[in-house]
Design a protein around this ligand. Sequence first.
Ligand SMILES: O=C[C@H](O)[C@H](O)[C@H](O)COP(=O)(O)O
Length: 222
Amino acid sequence: MKAKKLTGERAAEYIKDGMIIGLGTGSTAYYAIKKVGEMVKNGLKIKAVPTSKETAKLAAAEGIELVELSDVKSLDLTIDGADEVDPDFNLIKGGGGALLREKIVASATDQLIIVVDESKLVEHLGAFPLPVEVTPFSWQYTQQMIEKFSCSSKIRKENGEIFVTDNGNYILDCDFGKIEDPVKIAVELNKLPGVVENGIFAEMAEIIVVGYNDGHIEVLEK
Ligand SMILES: O=C[C@H](O)[C@H](O)[C@H](O)COP(=O)(O)O
């Protein structure tokens, strides 16, 4: 928890007056949002696009002015968490189910800053099952198509019920084992009918802020 707090707070230092920022989702982005809230209370003037309903609620409670993505031309920077980060800055995201909005916001942002604790750094993506957002209409059919890529998958559940994303879709958590070519898998998955988006964020992150349990922080830049 200490590492998550440190990294979230460190990333918030990139935010300057007048910026339009994206706010990520999850337990690490949480600390960045709390810090931004504190900065806003101290006079920082920014506008923010949230990546989930949960983040919108938290940011609003912190007094951060929220805007719709459609109201802005682009975003200056976005701070978000990740489930895995490889040495090329490829990511797996979506452990919290927010991958679709997160990927849209990440693609609209000039600079994507990822905040993680050291446990998220991996040599190869894939130990964390890849979240794939799919339409409820065809989820079993889409699951069969995805499993042709030699993976096993599970429909995500919460409290015994199928988990529903902010966009009204379902998530298939797909175990590919070691993902050798993240860019290829990401492109191929999105070609399948019924796949809305997948959790591989390839070639998007520019800065990774890593928090270590001993209290130090490392900033990795592309
Ligand atoms: O859907 C959720 C997001 O992609 C999160 O940023 C990701 O799961 C990391 O979350 P946490 O910081 O809670 O580990």
